[in-house]
Design a protein around this ligand. Structure first.
Ligand code: PMT
Length: 419
């Protein structure tokens, strides 16, 4: 789809409060069953709280053999429900199931999967799963032979068929000392899966395809050296996460960065401008928005040496001829709502407005890469957004994730204006 640069989307306010933390305002029921991995549920619980979720914990009696309810009461400030025969707890449980935005069962044992698959409710966790209409995310943890047993495979297949989401298990060293699949997924991965799941459920970008570029490019000088820059990819990755959390299908074209893969995001790794351009041409052929947060190299060596250039081969200096790289965003014909960045050190407004027009952008996000807390490698950014219709919005220093939401709010306004 295309957008109309002359349309005037409503001027957006600062970041909405719900965008400060990815799970703020969400009620998450956390079910814990009897696996040695139950100790990791404390970390998961803490990470859910840090992400802004209101967490209510339910445990099986077996889980309490591994970790105490007091741990979770301390982490959540709420009573933990274990005994399904205690009247007040049982009543509370039904309420937990009904008011939950999602049920996460981590760790989920083979026994738990069997009960879930067959609609049995021998404990509070499985009973909650039966009583809730919310999405269910299951993180199994068990011995590899139990995980690979045909009975467990069949139970997993039934649950997937029914729409239950799974994260993990991962492969590695198990409690028994054996190696294989059966380890509980890491808490950050469980949280990321949950964010994606909730976004797909009710996010305002459901049905939209957002393409984001991130990171630097490396243009080879010889087999061991390259021309590059200081971009770490954090800005682009944060935008991609924000879009994923709002339910978008996200394609992230990433230059060489050391950031981990994020669940729910289709990531395409590239090295140089030519590869980034090719990947973005394909990705934007049917996208609703392209957000160019990458820092592609403007120049590349005219030719790359086949072998390492030896310092003995040259005198006191070495001349490397650089030629212009294609301007990726200017080359891409469409992509939907077109958003660029301007990384500047001076004359920010002048250069940003020039790029806005030259690259046919709907708006451009300018950042002063010399300012404290802004630009390359930081967790935060201070941006000014210049719009195609002449408006300018100045924002305070925000997390890159919040900046991602600011951008997406404005992308959404363009999409609505274009419909
Ligand atoms: O990755 P981080 O460490 O988190 O740092 C974030 C960032 C500083 C890289 C990011 O916030 C940012 O400013 N990205 C744009 C960097 C850049 O290349 O700026 P520019 O002003 O040189 O380019 C203007 C626009 O043209 C950008 O959208 C850029 O992606 C695009 N461009 C540039 C060169 C090129 N050959 N092709 C392009 O499409």
């Amino acid at each position: 789809m295309t957008s109309d640069s002359n349309a005037a989307p409503a001027p957006g306010p600062g970041p909405s409060p719900e965008h400060h933390l990815p799970l703020s305002g969400r009620r998450i029921a956390l079910g814990i069953t009897g696996s040695i991995a139950a100790y990791k549920a404390a970390d998961l619980c803490s990470k859910l709280r840090q992400a802004g979720a209101d967490v209510e914990v339910i445990m099986t009696p077996a889980a309490t053999e591994f970790i105490t309810p007091l741990t979770f009461k301390s982490l959540t400030g709420r009573d933990v429900v274990v005994d399904m025969f205690a009247a007040s707890e049982a009543e509370a449980h039904v309420e937990v199931a009904r008011r939950a935005d999602a049920l996460v069962i981590a760790p989920a044992t083979a026994n738990c999967l069997a009960s879930l698959a067959h609609g049995q409710a021998p404990d509070m966790v499985t009973l909650t799963a039966l009583a809730t209409a919310a999405p269910v995310l299951v993180a199994p943890a068990m011995d590899n032979q139990m995980w690979e047993h045909p009975a467990t495979r069949a139970n997993v297949a039934i649950l997937r068929e029914r729409g239950v989401d799974f994260v993990g298990p991962t492969e590695g060293r198990l409690a028994t000392g054996r190696m294989g699949p059966g380890r509980l997924a890491e808490p950050p991965d469980i949280v990321a899966h949950l964010r994606a799941l909730l976004g797909q459920r009710d996010g305002d970008l459901v049905g939209r395809h957002v393409v984001v570029s991130a990171g630097p490019t490396q243009e080879p000088v010889d087999p061991v050296r390259f021309v590059g820059n200081r971009s770490t990819g954090k800005m682009g990755f944060a935008i991609a996460e924000a879009a994923r959390d709002r339910g978008a299908e996200v394609t992230l074209v990433a230059g060489p960065v050391s950031l981990p893969h994020q669940p729910g995001i289709c990531r395409i790794d590239v090295t140089n401008v030519a590869e980034m351009l090719a990947a973005l041409e394909t990705a934007t052929s049917k996208s609703d928005a392209i957000i160019m947060a990458a820092a592609p190299a403007d120049f590349r060596p005219a030719s790359a040496a086949d072998q390492k250039i030896k310092k003995e081969a040259s005198d006191q200096s070495l001349q490397i001829e650089l030629v212009r790289n294609p301007d990726i965003i200017a080359t891409l014909p469409g992509g939907g709502v077109r958003v660029g960045f301007a990384a500047e050190t001076h004359n920010i407004e002048r250069y940003a407005v020039e790029k806005l027009a030259a690259k046919r952008l709907d708006f451009i996000v300018a950042n002063d890469v010399t300012a404290e807390g802004s630009g390359f490698g930081t967790e935060t950014n201070q941006v000014i957004i210049f719009h195609g219709d002449g408006r300018k919005e100045v924002f305070p220093l925000l997390s890159k994730y919040e900046v991602g939401h600011l951008i997406l709010d404005r992308v959404l306004a363009h999409l609505h204006a274009a419909n």
